[in-house]
Design a protein around this ligand. Structure first.
Ligand code: BGC
Length: 733
C-alpha cells in the first residue's frame, strides 16, 4: 500500500509539463511525414552554424529553399532570421527553420554567470533573469536557447563549472526548474519565450581530472543520486530539448549512448522532446574510437536516439545509404523527424515563423526593467566570504580611498564566459561606479591598474603601495580573466593569476585596511587572503550591471546574502571536494593516524558549501520537528525562527540538511533538502518551515530502486552546510 502511494507520488512528480500543443499537431506532423522524401527528412535533422556575428551563410539559403535545413545556431537578429526563414518557407513543404543560440546568462542584457546566479539561492531571481533573456532572444528571431546547463560539477579545475549551479543536486534541480520556467513559461510559443535545452546529457561535469571533454566514470547509483536529478527536474518542468554530451560515460560516448537516450530519458522518463548532439559530437565518435567512419558515427548516434546533428553532417551524408542497408530503421528516422517537428509546432513556428523586425530594437535595448533585473541579480549573487571586525562595508569616515586592479576597469570582463549578444560598452564597471559614489560622498578616489589576471607592462605594484600609504582604505578588485573559465578553460593550478597575489601582499604590508572583491568563474586559491585580508567578497562575473551592484554592496547601500553553491577548496589536492560526501568507516580523527585524512592539510574546505556572511546579525533559533515518528509515505515539517537583529532590511538564506543515519547503502553525511532566501525588516522574526516527504527522504538503493527506509533521520536548520540547529525523527517500519 505504502509502496504504491510512493510510486504514485513519484509518477505524479515525473509527469512532464507539456507546452500547449495545437489540437491538430499530430495530424499535421503525420501529413508532412507522409510527403517527405528521405532527403527532406534528413535535412530536418541537420543543424548548421552561422557566422559568429549572427549572419547566415550563403549555403544556408540554398539548403533552406530546398527544404534541407532543419535548424541553425548563432544566426540571429530579426532581419537575418526572417530572410533565411523566407527561403525555408519557399521550399516544397514550407517547414520553418528553428533558430538556436547559446543564451546562457542573458542575450544582450547580461546577468551574472550561472554559478553566481546559483549563489543567490533564489530560483525566483533565476527565473526572472531567464524570462528577460527569453524576451530579448525571441525579439531577435531566435526560438531556442542551449540552456540551462544543468551539469553537476565537483571539480573546479573544470572551467565549465561557471556555467552550472555548482555541486549540489537539490540546488541544481531548483535552478534547473526555475530557468526552464523562465525561458519557456507555460507555453514557449508565446511571443516572449523560447524553447530551452537541458545539457549536457550526461555527467559532462564529471570529466576526469577536470579536463574538458575528457572521460567520465560514474557509478549508476551516483548518476541517479547526483548527476541526473537536475535533468529529471528539467524534464518535469517540460523542457523542450536535451543536448547529448561530448564525453564518454562509463566507456560509451554520450552521443552514442542508447541507455542514456532511449533507456533513461525517452524511455523511463517519457521525454517527448528532441535531443540535439553537441557541436560535431556525432563526427567525434570516430575520434572516440567507437565509429569507423562517418556512416558508422551516424548509425550509432541515430540508433542511440540523438535526433538532430549539430554542425557535422554525417546524418545527411550517410542517412539514405544507412536506411537502404537496414542499418537504421524507417521508424527510427521518422521518430527523430517527428520530435523535431513537434518542437517546431510547440514553438509556434508554423503559425508565426517570423520575428517582428520593428519591435526588436525597442526590446533589445538595454532600457526598461532589464538593467534593473541585471542589477538585482548581481546583488543577490555576491557572497561575503569573510568580514573580520566588520571591515566591510567601507566605513563612512573614509576620506581617501584607493581602488586597484585591472578588473575594476574592464567592461568586457564583467560578462564572463558566454556573452550572448552582450556588448562591453553596455557594462558599467566598478571604477565608473566608484567615481560616481566617491564624488557624491566627498571621498578622494585614486584608481590604479596595479595588476590583473594577465601579467602586463601596466603592472605597477610599487605605485599601488605608495598610493595605499596615502589612503585610509583600499579596495582590490582581483580575480580571473573572463576566458579563464568556461568551455575549454580547465586549470590545474587555481592560484590568483598574474601578479595579483604579490600585489595583495604588498598592499596588506602597508597596514592599511584592505577589502578584496574577487571576480572569478570558479574557486581560486584564497589561503593567503583568507588568513591575512580582513574582508573578501566573491563577485563571480556579475554581468552588465555588475559594477554598480558591486560598488553598492561594498559601500553597504545594499546587503550581500549569497551563499556558496560549492565547497571552496584549500588546494587542488583536495579535489573532488563536496560537502555531501558519503560516511566512511574511518572518519577523519586528528588523534588517529589510521583515519581518512591528509598528513599535510585538513579535509575541510576553506569555505563550506552554503557559506556566506551578512552585514546584519541574524539569529536562528527554536528548532521544531513536527513529529517524532512518521510513516515512510508521511511528511514531517521542520522549522526554525529567523530574526534580523540588525538595523537594516536584509536577506539571509536558511538551509535544511538531512542525514539518513542507518540505511542499506552508505548515505551522505548531510544533504541539502530545502532552502529559502528570506527578507526581514530590522527587528523582524519569521518562522521558516520545510516539509520533508518521500521525495526528500528516499534514495536509490543498491538495486537502483528509489525507496524510503525506516530508521533515524537527523536534520539541521542552518545558514551553511556546517553546524546549525540539530534535530531528529524516525521513519517507522
Ligand atoms: C558546447 C555547447 C554549446 C554548443 C553550441 C559546444 O561547444 O559544448 O554547450 O551549446 O557548443 O555553441
Amino acid at each position: 500500500m505504502r509502496k504504491i502511494a510512493i510510486a504514485l507520488l513519484l509518477a505524479a512528480l515525473a509527469a512532464p509539463v507539456l507546452a500547449a500543443a495545437p489540437a491538430d499537431m499530430d495530424a499535421r506532423i503525420g501529413a508532412l511525414l507522409s510527403q517527405m522524401t528521405v532527403e527532406e527528412k534528413l535535412g530536418q535533422l541537420q543543424q548548421l552554424d552561422g557566422e559568429a556575428n549572427g549572419e547566415a551563410r550563403a549555403e544556408h539559403f540554398d539548403l533552406a529553399r530546398k527544404g534541407l535545413l532543419g535548424s541553425t545556431l548563432n544566426v540571429r537578429g530579426a532581419k537575418r532570421t526572417n530572410e533565411l526563414q523566407r527561403a525555408a518557407l519557399q521550399s516544397r513543404l514550407a517547414i520553418p527553420i528553428l533558430f538556436a543560440f547559446d543564451v546562457i546568462h542573458g542575450y544582450r542584457t547580461i546577468f551574472p554567470v550561472p554559478l553566481g546566479e546559483a549563489a543567490s539561492f533564489d530560483p525566483a531571481q533565476a527565473e526572472t533573469d531567464a524570462a528577460l533573456a527569453a524576451r530579448e532572444t525571441r525579439a531577435s528571431g531566435v526560438r531556442w536557447t542551449f540552456a540551462p546547463m544543468v551539469d553537476i560539477a565537483r571539480d573546479p579545475r573544470w572551467g565549465r563549472i561557471v556555467e552550472g549551479s555548482g555541486e549540489d543536486a537539490y540546488l541544481g534541480s531548483a535552478m534547473a526548474r526555475a530557468r526552464v520556467r523562465g525561458f519557456q513559461g507555460a507555453d514557449y510559443s508565446a511571443g516572449d519565450r523560447v524553447a530551452a535545452c537541458a545539457k549536457h546529457w550526461a555527467a559532462y561535469g564529471a570529466a576526469e581530472a577536470g579536463r574538458d571533454y575528457s572521460t567520465a566514470e560514474v557509478p549508476e547509483r551516483t548518476l541517479y543520486e547526483t548527476y541526473f536529478p537536475p535533468f529529471r527536474a528539467a524534464v518535469e518542468q517540460g523542457v523542450a530539448t536535451f543536448m547529448s554530451a561530448f564525453d564518454s560515460l562509463n566507456g560509451v560516448p554520450c552521443t552514442a549512448n542508447t541507455w542514456l537516450m532511449r533507456g533513461v530519458l525517452k524511455g523511463d522518463w517519457g521525454f517527448p522532446g528532441l535531443v540535439v548532439s553537441d557541436y560535431t559530437s556525432v563526427h567525434e565518435l570516430m575520434a572516440h574510437g567507437v565509429a569507423a567512419d562517418g556512416a558508422d558515427a551516424a548509425r550509432l548516434a541515430l540508433n542511440a536516439g540523438v535526433d538532430m546533428e549539430m554542425v557535422s553532417r554525417d546524418y545527411v551524408t550517410n542517412g539514405a545509404a544507412l536506411l537502404a542497408q537496414g542499418k537504421i530503421s524507417q521508424a527510427e528516422l521518422d521518430e527523430a523527424v517527428r520530435r523535431v517537428l513537434r518542437v517546431k509546432f510547440l514553438a509556434g513556428l508554423f503559425d508565426k515563423p517570423y520575428a517582428e523586425e520593428a519591435a526588436e530594437d525597442a526590446i533589445v535595448s538595454m532600457n526598461g526593467d532589464s538593467r534593473q533585473a541585471a542589477y538585482d541579480a548581481a546583488v543577490k549573487s555576491f557572497v561575503l566570504l569573510k568580514n573580520e571586525n566588520n571591515a566591510l562595508p567601507i566605513p563612512p569616515g573614509v576620506k581617501n580611498l584607493l581602488l586597484v586592479g585591472a578588473l575594476a576597469d574592464d567592461q568586457a570582463a564583467l560578462m564572463g564566459s558566454w556573452t550572448g549578444d552582450g556588448k562591453a560598452e553596455d557594462c558599467i564597471t566598478v571604477l565608473q561606479e566608484f567615481r560616481a559614489k566617491s564624488a557624491e560622498r566627498g571621498i578622494r578616489l585614486t584608481y590604479l591598474y596595479a595588476a590583473g589576471p594577465e601579467a602586463s607592462e601596466k603592472d605597477d605594484i610599487l605605485a599601488a603601495v605608495k598610493a595605499a600609504k596615502r589612503a585610509d582604505y583600499v579596495v582590490a578588485v582581483l580575480g580571473e580573466g573572463p576566458n579563464m573559465s568556461g568551455e575549454a578553460a580547465s586549470r590545474s593550478d587555481l592560484s590568483l593569476p598574474g601578479r595579483q597575489l604579490e600585489l595583495l601582499k604588498a598592499l596588506a604590508a602597508t597596514g592599511k585596511p584592505v577589502a578584496l572583491a574577487l571576480m572569478s568563474g570558479r574557486p581560486v586559491d584564497l589561503n593567503w587572503p583568507a588568513a591575512n585580508i580582513p574582508a573578501i567578497m566573491q563577485a563571480w562575473f556579475p554581468g552588465t550591471m555588475g559594477g554598480p551592484a558591486l560598488a553598492d554592496a561594498l559601500f553597504g547601500t545594499v546587503q550581500p546574502a549569497g551563499k556558496l553553491p560549492l565547497s571552496w577548496p584549500r588546494s587542488v589536492g583536495q579535489i573532488p571536494l563536496y560537502y555531501n560526501h558519503l560516511s566512511t568507516g574511518r572518519p577523519a580523527d586528528p588523534g588517529n593516524k589510521y583515519s581518512s585524512k591528509y598528513l599535510d592539510a585538513p579535509n575541510t574546505p576553506l569555505y563550506p558549501f552554503g557559506h556566506g556572511l551578512t552585514y546584519m546579525p541574524f539569529e536562528l533559533n527554536d528548532l521544531r520537528v513536527s513529529a517524532s515518528s512518521i510513516a515512510p509515505s508521511g511528511t514531517v515539517s521542520v522549522s526554525a525562527s529567523l530574526s534580523n537583529k540588525g538595523s537594516v532590511r536584509a536577506d539571509e538564506v536558511v538551509q535544511l540538511y538531512l542525514q539518513d543515519t542507518v540505511a542499506s547503502v552508505a548515505r551522505p553525511v548531510r544533504e541539502l533538502k530545502g532552502f529559502e532566501r528570506v527578507t526581514l525588516e530590522p527587528g523582524q522574526s519569521r518562522r521558516v518551515e520545510f516539509k520533508l516527504g518521500p521525495s526528500e527522504l528516499g534514495f536509490y538503493g543498491a538495486d537502483l530502486k528509489y525507496r524510503v527506509e525506516p530508521g533515524e533521520f537527523r536534520v539541521w536548520v542552518s545558514t551553511s552546510s556546517e553546524g546549525g540547529l540539530q534535530g531528529s525523527f524516525n521513519v517507522a517500519h
